[in-house]
Design a protein around this ligand. Structure first.
Ligand SMILES: [Mg+2]
Length: 169
């Protein structure tokens, strides 16, 4: 059965996002972009695509206009896996928005993948879908978190582990 993976973007699929957001907003183009995809992210996206799973993106981003958002995503090649229909930009990630994205899918087949406990994990669990928590960067990741008592919650140390646990999802 097909699954749906909803990915957070900043610090889940790619890094140095705040800097790049600032660069994109500059009127002059003297400042280089930095940052790249998170190690393992490309392999995971390719893996899921090869399994014919559905993929979506849910990103908190109201700072950039539509064109700049896509320029930011395309800097790291996201156009290969996501498009206007599957990439969602919101002011806040809510259970309702997550359920909209999950329309026509059984909740137990849907997975939110993100680095933020508050912005990715909590709304996903509140929506009744699964949450895959990959805390990073390290300076926020070490902060002890209450672990939700549900088997809909998984915590991984790197995004590439999604491939390792894929058959158990
Ligand atoms: Mg994030």
């Amino acid at each position: 059965m097909k699954k749906l993976f909803i990915f957070d973007f900043d610090d889940t699929l790619a890094n140095f996002s705040m800097y790049n957001t600032w660069v994109l907003k500059q009127p002059f183009k003297m400042v280089p972009h930095i940052g790249s995809t998170i190690p393992g992210a490309v392999e995971v996206l390719d893996h899921l695509q090869s399994r014919r799973d559905k993929m979506a993106m849910l990103s908190m981003n109201v700072v950039l206009d539509h064109e700049l958002k896509w320029r930011k995503l395309n800097r790291v090649g996201m156009g290969k896996w996501f498009n206007d229909e599957t990439a969602h930009f919101v002011r806040r990630k809510t259970p309702k928005k997550i359920l909209d994205i999950c329309a026509n899918m059984k909740k137990e087949r849907c997975y939110m993948v993100g680095n933020s406990f508050d912005h990715d994990v909590i709304p996903a669990l509140d929506a009744g879908i699964n949450a895959i928590y990959i805390p990073r960067p390290w300076f926020t990741a070490w902060v002890p978190r209450r672990t939700p008592r549900t088997d809909r919650f998984r915590k991984l140390s790197s995004i590439s582990q999604i491939i390792d646990i894929y058959d158990d999802l």
